[in-house]
Design a protein around this ligand. Sequence first.
Ligand SMILES: NC(=O)c1ccc[n+]([C@@H]2O[C@H](COP(=O)([O-])OP(=O)(O)OC[C@H]3O[C@@H](n4cnc5c(N)ncnc54)[C@H](OP(=O)(O)O)[C@@H]3O)[C@@H](O)[C@H]2O)c1
Length: 282
Amino acid sequence: MLKVWIVGSEGQIGEAINEVLNPLEIEALNTDKNELDITETDEVLRFGEINRPDVIINCAALTDVELCEKEPEHAFRVNALGARNLSIVARKTGAKMVQLSTDDVFDGLGKKPYTEFDDTNPITVYGKSKLAGEKYVKEFTHKHFIIRSNWVYGTGNNFVNRVLASADEGQALSVAEDQYGSPTSARDLARIILYLIRTNEYGTYHATCMGVCSRYEFAKEVLRLSGKKEQLNPVPTPQSDLSSARPAYAVLDNFILRIIDVYDMPDWKESLAEFMKERMEG
Ligand SMILES: NC(=O)c1ccc[n+]([C@@H]2O[C@H](COP(=O)([O-])OP(=O)(O)OC[C@H]3O[C@@H](n4cnc5c(N)ncnc54)[C@H](OP(=O)(O)O)[C@@H]3O)[C@@H](O)[C@H]2O)c1
């Protein structure tokens, strides 16, 4: 049995990990903000030393990009110092550490997909604080997996659910046609995380579903799969209803996964279809 501490277990990725893990192989220790605030250094160390997990998966973060802009100290406390605290536990106990991260560590001004070897240059407070978290993880632990993803959807507040909620209200939607990314289901991300923690292939990974689209194309596919006929307008980001100014070109190349050649991420349209089918049935 592998003892895995899932930090931020009530967020969409934490929940997805719990949904896909095999309870016969993994004992999950779940905590979220109410049980254990990752910014409370001594409490985090105490919890880690008492429970001694084999793996720590840090899914906890301040992910509201606008809130991060308004409260940068809060953002750095959670996204940087929180990751540092968990890394200290990982180092002390010998646990493997998984740090979730984001395409926002890049400026999004590029024209081709970013590999793990491209230089970072975050422009948002969210991106800067997440990069600081990555640096702490690298500084304090050796046995780490830093996993960057983007446009993740699962349960809770995400782009897919916002598109569907607007459509349910019969609202016409204006969606950015100038932002590009790779929609990635939280479950697919959970599966690659659970695969990697069994290996010793440490380092930084880009892990998104395969294929690229604009926000507009993403919303169009969500509406098509849901059978809803609400009007959808392609617009530039400043006029869009559902997405704030983020790195415009948020496309990550899963370069390392490709060259180690052991794991293929699925196509974004297939994953979205699976998600929508389950959502409509359930
Ligand atoms: N969603 C995406 O598109 C995406 C893309 C790339 C990377 N990521 C990364 O993946 C990770 C998980 O994302 P997600 O979408 O699952 O986020 P999420 O749904 O916002 O979940 C984050 C969880 O962390 C909790 N949390 C916040 N502050 C905390 C604290 N001080 N101590 C303990 N827990 C705290 C949150 O609780 P409250 O809700 O109560 O605050 C929430 O349950 C993050 O590192 C994020 O940067 C996400």
